[in-house]
Design a protein around this ligand. Sequence first.
Ligand code: KG4
Ligand code: ZN
Length: 343
Amino acid sequence: MEKQEDVLILAIESSCDETAASVVKNGRTVLSNVINSQIDIHTMYGGVVPEIASRKHIENINKVIELALKEANVTLDDITAIGVTYGPGLVGALLVGVAEAKAIAFATGKPLVGVHHIEGHISANYIENADLKPPFVALVVSGGHTHLVNVKDYGEYEIIGRTRDDAAGEAFDKVARAVGLGYPGGPKVDKLAKEGNPDAIKFPRAHVDDAPYDFSFSGIKSAVLNYINSCEMKEEEFNKADLVASFQKAVVDALVSRAIKLTKETGVGKLAIAGGVASNSALRKALQDECKKNGIQFYSPSPILCTDNAAMIGAAAYYDYMNGVRHGYDLNAVPNLKLGERV
Ligand code: KG4
Ligand code: ZN
C-alpha cells in the first residue's frame, strides 16, 4: 500500500505510434512503464500511417493500462490523478488517449491533467536524476521537434532556438530511407554509422543568419541526396557506412555547438537532452565530452525514456498537478499545441 501523502499519477501517451501507460510516484519514481509499439505494422508502409495508429491505439489501450496498474501493484483507487498527452501529435492518435483518460477521470472522480508531449520528453530527465531541478537548458530532438529550451521552472519554458525546416529525427529518417535502411531510420543510422568514417564526406553545417540558436537540416539532407544521385549517375559505388557516419556527424555538430553555446550563455551550468534522437549514441557521447570540457553538468535519460513512453508524461503531470493544473471533461486533442501554452 502507498503512503497517504504519495502522489500517484496514472499517465497515458498515444500521440504517435506507441500506446503507453505508466504509474509514477511523486514525479520521479516509475512503478510501471508499459509501451506497446506499433513499429512492425508501420514499417511495412515505410512510416507511420495515422489511421492505422489510431485503430491500434483503440485496440490496445485498455490492455496497456491494465498492465501498467498490475505491474505497479496498484488499483485505480490508489491513483491520485490521471495524466494524458493532449498535444502535439497526430489528432486521431491523441484522441484515443484523451478520451480514455477522460473516461477514467469521470468514472473515478479523479483529477485530469493534460500534458504537453515535449514537456513530457524534457521531464524524462527527472526520473533518473534526483538532483536535477530547474533552471537548466534542454535540447529537445525528436521526430517532429528540434528545440533549444530554457527550462526556467517546472512547467515554465522559453524556446530560444528551433528548426527552420526538418526536425533532426525527420532528417535521420529521410536519409535512412534514401540509403535503403528503412523505417525508423534513426536507430539504423546510429548502428551503421559505428562502422563508418565520420570525416569521409564533408557535409554543410547550416546556420541561420541572425538566429544563432536556430537549426536547419534540410540543406544537410539535400546534400546527402545529391551525393547519392551523383554517385548513381556516375555508376559509382558509395560506402553507406561512411555516408551515414558523415551525415550523423554534421547533425551532431550542429546540435552540440548550439546547445553548449546557450548553456554557457545562460550560466545555468546544466544541460539535459530529450526526445527520440537523444538516444543517438554519437550525440550522447559528443555532448558528454563537450559538457565535461566546459564544466557543464550533463543529463540524459536512458534510451528507453528518450523515445515515446508514458513515464515521462507521468513525471510532467506530477509537476503540473502540484502547480494546480486541472483539465475539465471538455479537454480535447490539440495537434499543434505550443510548449508552455495551456488550453
Ligand atoms: O521522440 P520520438 O520517439 O517521437 C516523437 O515525438 O517524434 O522520436 C522519434 C524520432 C524518429 O525520427 C527516430 O528515427 C529518432 O527519433 N530516433 C533516433 C534514434 N532513435 C530514435 N535518431 C537517431 N539515433 C537514434 N538512436
Ligand atoms: Zn515524442
